[in-house]
Design a protein around this ligand. Structure first.
Ligand SMILES: Nc1ncnc2c1ncn2[C@@H]1O[C@H](COP(=O)(O)OP(=O)(O)O)[C@@H](O)[C@H]1O
Ligand SMILES: [Mg+2]
Length: 418
């Protein structure tokens, strides 16, 4: 301390005012020069960026060809202010006929970003015909995030589904969405997603979590002691009980449909008629197991596989009005694996974790085709989503934190008999 106090008056005498570089006349000169160098480098960077942007726009056809006396000249969108960042961003004036989305369209966005040395782009409309283009230096979905220990007080509250590339958290009430279809290869994050979703709903007094789980990890034991557990069937030792449970759910659905009050077109969930979430974990696995059972003789009952298909198809096609929601998980949503193409069409909300390109297109349509090759290598927890009234998009779903954490949360919050 004494040394510092001693130094101060000296500083004053020598005229030092700012940092160490500002020492005396020479120091000020040096400081001014380094500022000038820095400004020059910024200008150089901005000019280089303008050049590359112009070339990129020409390369991907975001330009106009104008006939002039000397031949044809190419016009590209004008770049205004450049911000060094990070992340680097710059303003662009759209040309006649251009829309902000033209820069991020699936066939152009990645190519434009890569030419500019970025991983991706985000385009934000500003005033008039101007947009700001942000260069993203890594996949915004690269980093995972944990699901906060939240439970909903009611089915009318939004459940957290995931986070979009521009950092928006998507939440949606189960009363709003229809049935949910989730596909993905082994280890891609389907079960973790379902864990998170149903753990959020476990405490709500107007939700009942039922269903069939041949793996016995999603439903079953974690739910012991809760009101949900008696409505869940797990394992493969007795496949017929899965059919019995699903048929029981159809009977409850029919009962509700028959009692819809006059002047209402659907049941509003309450604590006495809760939303019934029918979870079908690894559903194709259940169908395979059921179909491998010996078939009953002619006239001696219906094969278990067919009973399951019929029940699920009815829940899917008529359940919405009766406050039934199906959450089906499968490695791929092939028609034969999920009780037919008609069943597949009933899912209003569709999520694909890592899947081969053809599976992605099967569930999301031709729109998803350009994303196929990239999505075939998606990290666990990264999914392609369609539904919710938004364009198809990539999201990252929250991570609940492993099986132990899941069991703890369900045990801590799962609704118990009063
Ligand atoms: N949202 C996520 N964020 C980070 N890691 C995840 C996420 N979801 C899954 N994982 C990882 O992937 C593994 C497999 O996930 P899981 O849900 O069991 O896959 P699936 O049911 O599709 O076979 C998990 O054990 C976990 O390590
Ligand atoms: Mg799984």
């Amino acid at each position: 301390m004494p040394a510092l106090e001693h130094a101060r008056p000296l500083e004053h005498r020598s005229g030092r005012t700012e940092g160490p570089g500002a020492h005396g006349f020479l120091g000020r000169l040096r400081q001014r020069r380094s500022r000038r160098d820095y400004e020059a480098s910024v200008v150089m960077f901005a000019n280089a960026l303008r050049g590359v942007f112009r070339e990129a726009c020409t390369g991907i056809g975001l330009c106009q060809y104008v006939a002039v006396a000397s031949g044809v000249t190419v016009r590209t969108p004008r770049v205004g202010e450049v911000r060094l960042g990070p992340p680097t961003s710059f303003t662009v004036e759209l040309m006649a006929g251009q829309e902000p989305a033209d820069f991020t369209a699936k066939d152009r966005g990645p190519r434009l970003a890569h030419t500019l040395g970025a991983h991706g782009l985000r385009v934000e409309p500003i005033a008039g015909r101007w947009v700001r283009v942000h260069l993203l230096d890594h996949d915004p979905l690269r980093d995972g995030y944990n699901l906060p220990s939240l439970t909903l007080a009611s089915v009318y509250e939004p459940v957290i589904i995931g986070r979009t590339e521009d950092g928006l958290t998507l939440g949606h009430a189960l009363t709003e969405v229809g049935h949910l279809g989730v596909q993905g290869q082994n280890g891609s994050g389907k079960t973790q997603f379902a864990n998170g979703l149903i753990a959020q709903l476990a405490a709500a007094p107007d939700v009942l979590i039922t269903g069939s789980d041949v793996t016995g990890l999603l439903l079953g034991r974690p739910w012991d002691g809760t009101v949900h557990r008696p409505h869940q069937v797990v394992g493969t030792h007795d496949i017929e009980v899965h059919a019995v449970l699903l048929e029981g759910l159809v009977a409850e659905m029919d009962r509700r449909l028959a009692t819809i009050p006059a002047r209402c077109d659907k049941i509003e969930p309450t604590t006495s008629t809760p939303t019934v979430l029918v979870v079908l974990e690894e559903f194709p696995g259940l169908l395979r197991a059921a179909d491998s059972l010996p078939k009953p003789k002619r006239g001696e009952g219906i094969p278990v596989g067919d009973r399951i298909r019929t029940a699920v198809l009815r829940l899917l096609s008529e359940g919405r009005k009766a406050a039934f929601r199906v959450l089906m998980l499968a490695q791929r949503f092939e028609a034969t694996a999920v009780a037919g193409g008609y069943a597949r069409d009933q899912f209003a909300l569709r999520l694909s974790f890592r899947v081969p390109a053809d599976s992605l297109e099967m569930l999301h349509g031709a729109d998803a085709r350009p994303l196929g090759p990239e999505h075939a290598n998606a990290a666990p927890g990264v999914a392609y989503l369609s539904g919710l009234g938004r364009d198809c998009e990539r999201i990252r779903v929250p991570y609940l934190g492993g099986y132990g954490e899941y069991v703890d949360r369900v045990q801590a919050h799962g609704r118990r008999a009063a």
